[in-house]
Design a protein around this ligand. Structure first.
Ligand SMILES: NC(=O)C1=CN([C@@H]2O[C@H](COP(=O)(O)OP(=O)(O)OC[C@H]3O[C@@H](n4cnc5c(N)ncnc54)[C@H](O)[C@@H]3O)[C@@H](O)[C@H]2O)C=CC1
Ligand SMILES: O=C(O)C(=O)CO
Length: 312
């Protein structure tokens, strides 16, 4: 079995060595420009079109959870990967735990009013504030998929009321489930902390706009862990400046790196990280890919296949 690997920044020799260990019958090689030799599987992130085009592959694996970048490249170059070749993505592989760490730490930061105490400290002000109550701190998770479910689990464990919104209803214990455009308003009405874990699709671009933010509880918070294009950044600033939103923590931006001139950098109630909420963990990802390839070779049903029509 022949496997080609391409990632612009990963430690390619490590990946090749580990994949070779876990798939003993496979010959794994780094794809380099000009390599037209046969391959059964391709493991990729931001692949050049010529890497995939015209190949008779059994499957392609995206080396991340979101497949928006590869699907947008496919839209511009449909011949890069015919529909008959399945595309897989990473399901969790250690990203769920990282999202839990991120979400829990920031929700607790807001809940314990550390943002207010930081602002007071800057004014040398010693002033205990009233506690927030959990019943006024409903967490609303948009995108109830692999990562959304992990985040919901972790916040339930801290005793917060949790609700989720997705395409179809979920039967998760102790989580109120809302689905589709018809139930979005009801989902938002009681949400105090909105956590975004939607995929980037034509239906979700710009979904977090002023109209949506205005439907949240007053003095709400936004945690964007998914993609920058979900948020209309000017409208987010309007919601912050009107104090409809008390704070926002953003891991992702419509342009990355965030341009120096963006007012988000300096906003006193915005905190940010440079797209690190959950990164691909090589060991877990390699184990998942090896397991999935083994399953595909046996003809088993395996999970993680992207529905290209749906866009995730
Ligand atoms: N910031 C970061 O470091 C990372 C960000 N991500 C982002 O997180 C996203 C989610 O990842 P997973 O949970 O693995 O995806 P998933 O595919 O398991 O879950 C997606 C969820 O969104 C819902 N959804 C999709 N379209 C919808 C629509 N139009 N209306 C309502 N609900 C809709 C689906 O029903 C599903 O519940 C990825 O697509 C990626 O963009 C993923 C990993 C790291
Ligand atoms: O896996 C993804 O989709 C990511 O955004 C990784 O940072």
């Amino acid at each position: 079995m022949e496997i080609i690997f391409y990632h612009p920044t990963f430690d390619t020799p490590y990946w090749i060595a580990e994949l070779s260990k876990q798939l003993p019958g496979a010959n794994v090689r780094e794809w380099k420009r000009g390599d037209n030799q046969h391959a059964d599987y391709a493991l990729v992130w931001h692949p050049p079109v010529e890497m995939l085009q015209g190949r008779d592959l059994k499957a392609v694996f995206a080396l991340g959870a979101g497949v928006d970048s590869i699907l947008s490249k496919l839209k511009a170059n449909p011949e890069m990967l015919p529909e008959s070749i399945p595309l897989f993505r990473l399901e969790d592989t250690g990203m769920g735990l990282q999202m839990q760490e991120y979400a829990v730490s920031q929700v607790l930061h807001w809940f314990r009013r550390f943002d207010d105490y930081q602002a007071q400290q800057q004014k040398s002000e010693w002033q205990p504030l009233a506690d927030y109550q959990r019943e006024d701190f409903t967490i609303g998770i948009m995108g109830a998929g692999v990562l959304g479910s992990k985040v919901a689990e972790s916040l339930l464990a801290w005793g917060f009321p949790v609700r989720c919104w997705s395409r179809s209803h979920k039967a998760w214990p102790n989580v109120k489930s809302f689905a589709g455009a018809d139930e979005l308003g009801e989902f938002l009405r009681e949400t105090r902390v909105l956590i975004n874990l939607l995929p980037n699709t034509s239906e979700t671009v710009g979904i977090i706009n002023l109209n949506l933010l205005n439907q949240l509880q007053d003095h709400s918070y936004l945690l964007n862990l998914a993609r920058g294009v979900h948020v209309v950044e000017d409208e987010l600033l309007q919601a912050l400046n009107s104090h409809k939103l008390k704070g926002a923590m953003l891991d992702v931006f419509s342009r990355e790196p965030l341009p120096q001139e963006s007012p988000l950098w300096q906003h006193p109630r915005v905190v940010m990280t440079p797209h690190i909420a959950a990164v691909t963990r090589p060991q877990e990802a390699i184990a998942y890919i090896a397991r999935t390839i083994t399953g595909l070779e046996r003809g088993d049903h395996v999970s993680g296949q992207v529905d290209r029509q749906r866009g995730y």
